[in-house]
Write a protein of this length. Structure first.
Lengths: 115, 112
């Protein structure tokens, strides 16, 4: 059983389109995250949700909107896609309330290419 | 703010060589420190971690010691294998904050 899964694995789309990436975790964790990895492999957090509530929002453009229907799912919707949005997006999850000591478990990533 | 500085790659070593990947950090308080590994086309996996000063994390022959006095968490392995080829990320997480701050990653290639 995959612990953190993402769909789709690859996403190729035109500039200006709207797209969504879905993430699900079956680990029973309370906290989920979205990270962006650029072409130089640099990883940066975008959002974090704890029990469906937004707790971290890192100066991400308003075109990005996370949605958490329940604590096992955290989807990422992107409006009006731009060339600079091309990257690999990783979902992750962890248990909350551990004071930052807990391991984060990552999904396999979604490679988004904007043409 | 928090930051992690990693040794720049890429690093290429022969099989059975000794590996060190340097990592230093800047943080207020007492962060937890992590090494994550990313194989080609995959997500990150935890390699090891240390949650307080002088702790040593170890896994699969890799080790790293949390040195508060030098704000470092260098990764070492005594004898690398081809299967260790991957990108290695050092990261920190400050107490009470669930956010991971990553270094820039170090690409390691082991040649037979």
């Amino acid at each position: 059983d995959t612990a953190v899964s993402q769909t789709p694995k690859y996403l190729v789309t035109q500039m200006g389109n709207d797209k969504s990436i879905k993430c699900e975790q079956n680990l029973g964790h309370d906290t989920m995250y979205w990270y962006k990895q650029d072409s130089k492999k640099f990883l940066k957090i975008m959002f974090s949700y704890n029990n469906k509530e937004l707790i971290i929002n890192e100066t991400v453009p308003n075109r990005f909107s996370p949605k958490s229907p329940d604590k096992a799912h955290l989807n990422l919707h992107i409006n009006s896609l731009e060339l600079g949005d091309s990257a690999v997006y990783f979902c992750a999850s962890s248990q909350a309330g551990t004071g930052g000591t807990d391991t984060q478990y990552f999904g396999p990533g979604t490679r988004l290419t904007v043409l | 703010g928090n930051s992690v500085t990693q040794m720049e790659g890429p690093v290429t070593l022969s099989e059975e060589a000794f590996l060190t990947i340097n990592c230093t950090y800047t943080a207020t308080g007492y962060p937890s420190l992590f090494w994550y590994i990313q194989y080609p086309g995959e997500g990150l996996q935890l390699l090891l971690k240390a949650t307080k000063a002088d702790d040593k994390g170890s896994n699969k022959g890799f080790e790293a010691t949390y040195r508060k006095e030098t704000t470092s968490f260098h990764l070492e392995k005594g004898s690398v294998q081809v299967s260790d080829s991957a990108v290695y990320f050092c990261a920190l997480n400050n107490f009470g904050n669930e956010k991971l701050t990553f270094g820039t990653g170090t690409r390691l290639t082991i040649i037979p």
